[in-house]
Design a protein around this ligand. Structure first.
Ligand SMILES: O=C[C@H](O)[C@H](O)[C@H](O)COP(=O)(O)O
Length: 233
C-alpha cells in the first residue's frame, strides 16, 4: 500500500470514529498520524456546534487541539473519559490487544485509555496482526536513571533492546521526561504474561502493550471500513 493510500485509509477510519462522539462527552484525544485525522474531524465537528472537552494524550495532540479551538481538560476536573479515539502500531485480530508507542506517547495514552469507558482504535489494515510483535517493536518507557541496567533486565525476559534516539542521535526524551527502549521479541506469544514480566522490572515506567483495553477497532482498507469488536472467547 502506498503512503497516500495508507493516509486515505487512516482518514476514513478516523472520521468514522469521530462520528461516535456525542454532545457533552469527555473525549480522549489520541496521538499519531491516524489519531490526528480524528482530532481534525473533531475540530470540524466542534466548529459545527458539537460540545465536548478533549483530554490530549501528548503535547503534540494538545497543540493540534488548541489550534483547532477544542477545549481541553484533565483528570483534575474529570474522573473518567467517555470515549478515547487513538491509533495503534499493531492490533491483534480477535482480542484487540495492542502495541502502541512508536510515536513515543504510550504513557499518557495508557493513562487516558485506562480511565476511558470506551477505547476506539483507528488504523489502516496494515496494523492488523494475528500475533503481537509480528511487525512492530515493543516500546517500553523507562526512567533515564539506570536505563542501561533496565535494558539488561529487559534482555533477560527475551528482548533485543535498542534505546530510541532522535534524528540527531541523542536519546529520545518522552513527554514525561523518560526514555524509550524499543524491544524486539521473536513474537509475543502471551502478551499478558509479557506485560506482567516487563512491568515488574524496576525502572520500567510502562510498556506499549495494551491488554484488554480496546473496546472496538475501526480498520480501513481497500474493501472499506470495518468495525471490529473483541471476539467471544
Ligand atoms: O506513541 C504513539 C502512538 O501509540 C500512536 O498512536 C501509534 O504509534 C500509531 O501511530 P500512527 O497512527 O502514526 O501509525
Amino acid at each position: 500500500m502506498s503512503s497516500e493510500q495508507a493516509a486515505e485509509y487512516k482518514r476514513h477510519a478516523a472520521e468514522l470514529a469521530a462520528e461516535m462522539v456525542e454532545d457533552g462527552m469527555v473525549v480522549g484525544l489520541g496521538t499519531g498520524s491516524t489519531a490526528a485525522f480524528a482530532v481534525a474531524a473533531l475540530g470540524r465537528r466542534y466548529r459545527e456546534g458539537l460540545r465536548f472537552v478533549g483530554v490530549p494524550t501528548s503535547l503534540a495532540t494538545e497543540h493540534q487541539a488548541r489550534e483547532l479551538g477544542i477545549p481541553l481538560s484533565g483528570f483534575g476536573e474529570h474522573e473518567r473519559v467517555d470515549l478515547t479515539i487513538d491509533g495503534a502500531d499493531e492490533v491483534q485480530r480477535g482480542t484487540l490487544n495492542l502495541i502502541k508507542g512508536l510515536g513515543g506517547a504510550l504513557l499518557r495514552e495508557k493513562i487516558v485509555a485506562s480511565a476511558s469507558d470506551r477505547l476506539v482504535i483507528v488504523a489502516d489494515e496494515s496494523k492488523l496482526v494475528d500475533g503481537l510483535g509480528e511487525h512492530s517493536l515493543l516500546p517500553v518507557e523507562v526512567t533515564p536513571f539506570g536505563w542501561e541496567a533496565t535494558a539488561r533486565r529487559l534482555a533477560e525476559v527475551g528482548a533485543h533492546v535498542s534505546p530510541r534516539r532522535s534524528r540527531a542521535g541523542d536519546l529520545f526524551i518522552s513527554d514525561g521526561g523518560n526514555l524509550i527502549l524499543d524491544c524486539h521479541f521473536e513474537g509475543i506469544d502471551d502478551p499478558a504474561a509479557t506485560e506482567l514480566a516487563i512491568g515488574s522490572i524496576v525502572g520500567v515506567v510502562e510498556s506499549g502493550l495494551f491488554i484488554g483495553m480496546a473496546s472496538e477497532a475501526v480498520i480501513a482498507g481497500p474493501t472499506g471500513v470495518a468495525r471490529l469488536h473483541v471476539a467471544a472467547q
